[in-house]
Design a protein around this ligand. Sequence first.
Ligand SMILES: Cc1ncc(COP(=O)(O)O)c(C=O)c1O
Length: 407
Amino acid sequence: MSNEGGRQPDTESVSLGHDPAQHHGSSKPPIYETSIFAFASAAEGKEFFRRVYGPDAPGDEEVGYIYSRLDSPNLAPPEARLAAWEEAEAAAVFTSGMGAITTIFLTFLRPGDLVLYSQPTYGGTSTLLNGMLKEFGVISRPFRADATGDDLVSMIGDDRLAMIYLETPSNPTNDLFDIEMAASVASSHDARVVVDNTFLSPVWQKPIIHGADLVLHSATKYLGGHSDLTGGAVCGGKDDIAALKKTRYEIGTTPSPSTAWLLTRSLETLKLRVMRQTENATRVAAFLDEHPKVDLVRHLSLLEEGTRAHDIYKRQCGGPGAMITFDIVGGEEESFRFLDAMEVVKLATSLGGTESVASHPWTMSPPTVPEEEKRSIGVTPGTIRLSIGIEDPTDLIADLDRALSAV
Ligand SMILES: Cc1ncc(COP(=O)(O)O)c(C=O)c1O
């Protein structure tokens, strides 16, 4: 499925998974806004159900469409294109990033299993691990970016390691975690390495080539890219993706045809958007780094040579991405004055859209993450997270400069 003709993913992004000849010559995929598909005969209906639910399912057989919670024609193009981007055998799309994460956990974790997860990690993910999954008997232990392979091994103890879950770079601090190191620990325990690649997108990081088994995205962010859809995606080996699709139709984390269609449209411009956003962010980070009212700018373009993070960056990432976290000199009051003074940059949560947005992780993240945990990962009342968009960079810098003068 991925890169069949040896073509580059940005070439595949405009055509893979859609054959105009099968759709009245429609150059773009039509939206199949239907929940049911009519069978040509009762025998065909029986056969389609056998292929989806039969003892050998899920398999390689072409399956006819039955019902849009199970599968729909609009899922094929984004799944083919994402697999090409991530250099994976296959991909599956979901209702949201959390839908993708939940489907992974429910498919591959059982009571008594141990998950080692990178910290910080998106609050929704850590809340799920330490809340509902804990109640279901799954054990989770966090580790920080300075942990070594030996540290991970000693955290396993006598427990049954099932998964090492990495969010790299991490939300919101841009910490980097070493995928190859995690893969070498996981391989001696028959465990999976799962990487949340939301922050860099496959334009800058392809975790599978570094040893990850599964790569996931909140497609709401860069993959969707226009802040007009909520979606998720997972890429990986054929068998794992088939197992995820089976869970997807059991628990109903399947995206609607319209959402999958919007994602297909967005993937055509993924590289263009991410390149421009990264260029802009690198300029903005350099500006902030020099500003007297700003402390501790965290953008991957500013990593210091000779540090462990820089070494991981050089091996694992093709570019620094467009997420910047920095501290305003002061606390919540100064941060709010800054946020309220911005005109071009929108005050909103989420990230990865064409428009620049700023948020305040101290107050605008799930309340289930305790204050001590936020401080320990480097989030304070003065911390601001910026997702840089595709606007003219001089307008962005002028807006930030004006807002900083209001602090
Ligand atoms: C890194 C990361 N992973 C996963 C998620 C969850 O994605 P969604 O909001 O699409 O469920 C988010 C959301 O902000 C995120 O930032």
